[in-house]
Write a protein that binds this ligand. Sequence first.
Ligand SMILES: Nc1ncnc2c1ncn2[C@@H]1O[C@H](COP(=O)(O)OP(=O)(O)OP(=O)(O)O)[C@@H](O)[C@H]1O
Length: 317
Amino acid sequence: MSAVVTHDLSRSFGAVRAVDRLSLDLPAGGVVGLLGPNGSGKSTLIRMLLGLVRPSSGDAAVLGSPIHHPAQYAARVGALVESPSFVGGLSARTNLLSLARLRRLPATRVAEVIEIVGLQGRDREPVRRFSLGMKQRLGIAAALLPDPELLILDEPTNGLDPAGIVEIRSLLTELGRSGRTVLVSSHLMAEIEAACDWIVVIRFGELLFSGPTSELLGRTRTYVDVAPEHRADDDALASALTAANWPVTYAAGAVRVTADRTDAAAINRAAAAAGITLSRLEVVQDSLEQVFLDLTGQTDGELAAARANRPHGQVTR
Ligand SMILES: Nc1ncnc2c1ncn2[C@@H]1O[C@H](COP(=O)(O)OP(=O)(O)OP(=O)(O)O)[C@@H](O)[C@H]1O
């Protein structure tokens, strides 16, 4: 069964198309990363799935039930969509107990979720003493109270320091192993990529990629960076390699050859044949982050340029 299916799902706010004819089929089980730059429509999509925002057109189903009737699946879904609010003077345990009571969930579940998110030992301390990372974990604990089949987390790493991000990332990995589906959004690939089994990339509300993380990894390219002993030979080296049919650019203070790692020896020989001794030869692989940036055009002025050239031309943010 799919955890989430959407068909041509759209939502506009005035002239802004926050989600634009999105068709998705997300597998059940494991961690699904919803990635896109700020303002790409991640929160709007999540809010539609939770029944908090109505679609302008199209439809979708969560755990097999249509999003037009969120009450049908609400009990099977847990969500953390904004900074959770807890009573600072009360302990984590007491906060969770009152939430459990409010939602008519068994009190025994509180100890379980505290353990899942790794707050045991700290759960009797007042929440106001918690770091932001611990508060996020407490928010995830609250979302886990109903033991949901689908857990939706909107930017859970936002505002966290590097240590907090690592904490949340390993918690995501753990949660993904428990059989449930975790749908987690982020505008930064590097923050959650390692935890994701499936990745969805959106920009301007449009789908750019949806598939297994391994498929996205398959899009990474390999280069061989070579530098001559004498910088004056840069151009001669580039010409010799181009003549041998390798595409060449300049990057990172080296001549960058788009080639497989198995070509490294042949590249070395081609340089030697041109009378150039190499002081550096290094095989470099694109990171998933680079693939993400290529997909979303997020570097420097690229995003602004892409917005200006967008056919709809009505993105205002
Ligand atoms: N309630 C609203 N009223 C008007 N415009 C909105 C509303 N909600 C979202 N938008 C617009 O829709 C677009 C998508 O926003 P959304 O918050 O869904 O993106 P996002 O990817 O979650 O970004 P962020 O990470 O910055 O929240 C943006 O241009 C935003 O300004």
